[in-house]
Design a protein around this ligand. Sequence first.
Ligand code: HPA
Length: 266
Amino acid sequence: MKEAAGIIAAAKPGFKPNVGIILGSGLGPMAQDVTDATVLDYRGLPGFPQPSVEGHAGLLSLGKIGETAVAVLQGRGHFYEHGRADAMKVPVRALHAIGCETLILTNAGGSLDPAMGPGSVMMITDHINLVQSSPLFDEAGNSRFVDMVGAYDAGLQQHARDAAQATGVMLHEGIYVWFSGPQFETAAEIRFARMVGGTAIGMSTVPEVILARQAGMKVAGFSIITNFGAGMSDTPLSHEQTMSVAATAAVELRRLLNHMIAGLGA
Ligand code: HPA
């Protein structure tokens, strides 16, 4: 991790980002909103995942959104690529090491709420780690016993609500349920996730939240809703469908996040 953090810090001397942002499927274009950007390829960063998923570029941009210094990761590693939850261990820890005290996570997800259709934006207020895997499985010592209560920072949630109001974005809120993927869920799994209190489902983000909380970073999470969960509608599920809807909903989340992040640096 130290090696990657050293390379990143050396790429922009004197620059210290406060906010790290991980862009999921469909939100990649938001990296264009970073001004005065220095862009690094994950291939030059030891321990960073080599993205295999369409829509995940594998680029890190250092620069500003408004007056806020940011490090934007375009693309993530997923549990379903190899069955390990630690794919983002080095990137999250490197962001913390170079100065990020806040981590904003985005993803594409399916909806469990009939009133939250494709194209919606949902702020994650809590999650259910249904996969029951952890990026901390191979760790020793007491720091692995991370307190996950209030993992999604209340202050950041309020910033997001204010930004939604200011930008006219309809912001849903709810519980994100992590499924491993890469297959989509069965209709019975979706009924189960609804029954246990889930609002959205997805295949990412939860490991990164655990890592960030262990590091003491404040966390915010957002899902772009690309579809209803399996069995809730007649539309067949596919990655192509996820990508095409994500692109539309991403416009709204991008507007909200730009406003929110610009306000965090002051
Ligand atoms: N399930 C899991 N992950 C997803 C979905 C879904 O329906 N849509 C987008 N990501």
